[in-house]
Structures are given as C-alpha cells and as structure tokens.
Design a protein around this ligand. Structure first.
Ligand SMILES: Nc1ncnc2c1ncn2[C@@H]1O[C@H](COP(=O)(O)OP(=O)(O)OP(=O)(O)O)[C@@H](O)[C@H]1O
Ligand SMILES: [Mg+2]
Length: 291
C-alpha cells in the first residue's frame, strides 16, 4: 500500500480497513505517520483507540507489535528476557572443560537464548512495524519513564550482546483510558488526540461497517438508545463496541425494533455493572422511546 499524501487518502484507506476516523483523528494519524512521531490516543472506553493501531498495521502491511501494559509490568517483560531453562540445558550438555571457557559464556548469553519482547521486536522491525503500547495508564511511573527513554532514541542496549537501534522508527501508537494522568514528559514526546463518542450518524455508520447485514433502522434505534444511556450517570458507560454488540444481539434474535421489554431482555450486551443495570431499568421507557 502506498503511503497517503493527504488526510483524505488516509481516511479512505482506514475506511477500506473497516475503520471510520473523523477528520481530527485522521489528521493526527496522518501527521504521526508522515513525521514519524508517536501518537497518544486517549478516550472513553471502547471508542476505537486500540483498533486504530490494528487497522493502520493491516492497511500498510506492517507487523502489529503489541505491548499490553498492566500494573506491575517491568522492563524485562517489555524488552527481552533470557531463556533460563534452555540456557541451563545447554550448560549441562557442555563438558566441564568447555563450560569453563569464555566462548561458552558468550554462547549462553548470545542471540540463541535471547527472548525478544515487544519493545526489542519493534526496534528491530523499525518502520516495518506498528508498535501498539496499549493502556499505558495502567503501568506505573517508573515504567513510563523507561518508555520515554526508549521512545526518544529507539535504541536498546543489551550488555551481553550490544546495542540495537532502529534506523527508521516504527509507528508508535499509545493508548490510555485516562485512569491516571500521564507525565508531561511522555506527552511531550507524542502527538495527542482525544477520541470521544462519535456523533449518532457516525456511530450508525460504524455499526453498519462492523455488523454488515443488520438493518439500518435497527442500528439507528440502538444508537439513539445508547446515547441516552451515556447521559445517565453510569459507572461504565457503553462504548461503540457495546453498541455493535447490542445491535448484533437484537439482529440475531430477529428483532427489528427496540421496545422496553426487548431492551430489558438484552441489556447484558450493553450494560455490564449491577448498579448500572438497576439505574437503567428505571429509565427503560425514555431510553427506548423513539422521540
Ligand atoms: N471508528 C471506528 N470505526 C470502526 N470500528 C470502530 C470504531 N470505533 C470503535 N469501533 C469498534 O469498536 C470496537 C472496540 O474498539 P477498541 O477495542 O479499539 O476500543 P478502545 O478504545 O481500545 O477501548 P478500551 O478502552 O476498552 O481498550 C472495535 O473492535 C471496533 O469494532
Ligand atoms: Mg483498547
């Protein structure tokens, strides 16, 4: 796939990949691609942050390398590890004389026993990859500082082996649900884009792209109901993913509309918290009203 030379072209490429980006997001992604800058996508839950990186990788035939962040993730899990088990086996297979030499040590800590983790893989792959650093807000401060280092020079030094550097950096997409504020230093490295809930007309379009074959009227009704749900004070407001699930569920059951009764029976596709369910049940009439 040729690289797009305009925001419009990128929008079209993403659309062909099943992803609908509005002008703001498409512009941000276009600049990130063109200037080789990491991009930080923040936004509500289920609004297409992760999917954006996946579709970009697929559209440009790049390898998607995903670093899923979580509480307690450390540099070993992100960079590389030594395969201890295989190192031990190798050492045991050596005779006493071989094991004493420098050569054996070099081999034990050589490329054969190095297990690549996402960041090393991405530095090695360079611009043949899209590096998705997903849910970076879940990692802790130290890990963020370490990421910052890697993102500044795309260079990783492995004491036993040497330095690995990307000649052309991978496209880096970071996502965050904003469960905590990220550091300014990290943000400064990145372009930034906030993805909010799409306006209803676009959300209908997204549903039709993701669940081809469902009736547009059903999609409209569900989108309208979901946007009312988002106005309630829910602990877990539904994202686009939930809208799609709800439409699919209703379509599967052969429903063409959304009465309060049908909505109640299928709420599990869209509301996934007990307290939220109670609140929603009190408002079913207005949520499903077509006015
Ligand atoms: N703009 C869009 N175009 C096409 N599909 C979309 C779009 N936005 C969301 N989706 C759909 O919603 C699903 C959820 O999106 P995704 O997993 O990327 O959300 P997220 O923002 O990463 O959510 P989370 O915060 O839970 O990680 C996708 O699999 C995709 O089907
Ligand atoms: Mg995600």
């Amino acid at each position: 796939m040729d690289y797009p030379d305009s925001v419009g072209k990128l929008t079209e490429i993403l659309r062909q990949g099943g992803y609908l980006a509005d002008r703001g997001l498409a512009t941000a992604l276009y600049v990130a691609l063109s200037l080789q800058r990491p991009i930080l996508l923040e936004g509500e839950v289920g609004v297409g942050k992760t999917e954006a990186a996946k579709v970009l990788a697929a559209a440009f035939g790049r390898q998607l390398i995903r670093l899923q962040c979580y509480e307690g993730i450390d540099t070993n899990q992100a960079l590389y590890e030594w395969d201890y088990a295989r190192q031990m086996l190798y050492i045991r297979a050596l005779s006493d004389r071989d094991a004493a030499g420098d050569e054996a040590v070099d081999k034990v800590f050589g490329p054969r026993f190095l297990v690549e983790r996402p960041l090393l893989a991405a530095v090695r792959a360079g611009d043949r990859a899209v590096l998705l650093i997903d849910e970076v807000d879940r990692a802790d401060d130290e890990f963020e500082a370490f990421l910052l280092e890697v993102l500044s020079d795309f260079q990783i030094s492995i004491p036993e082996i040497g330095t690995v550097q990307a000649t052309r950096p991978p496209l880096v997409v970071l996502t965050s649900n904003r469960t905590r504020e990220l550091h300014d230093a990290l943000k400064r490295r990145c372009l930034y884009h906030w993805i909010g809930y799409p306006p209803p007309a676009r959300e209908v379009e997204i549903v039709l792209v993701r669940a081809p074959g469902v009736a547009e009227t059903l999609a409209r009704k569900v989108v309208a109901a979901v946007s009312r749900l988002r106005e309630l004070d829910l602990a877990k407001p539904p994202g686009v993913a939930e809208t799609i699930d709800w439409v699919r569920t209703l379509d599967f059951l052969g429903e063409t509309g959304l009465s309060p009764e049908i909505a109640e029976d299928t709420l599990g596709a869209v509301v996934k918290e007990r307290d939220d369910l109670e609140l929603v049940r009190e408002h079913l009439e207005e949520i499903t009203s077509s006015g």
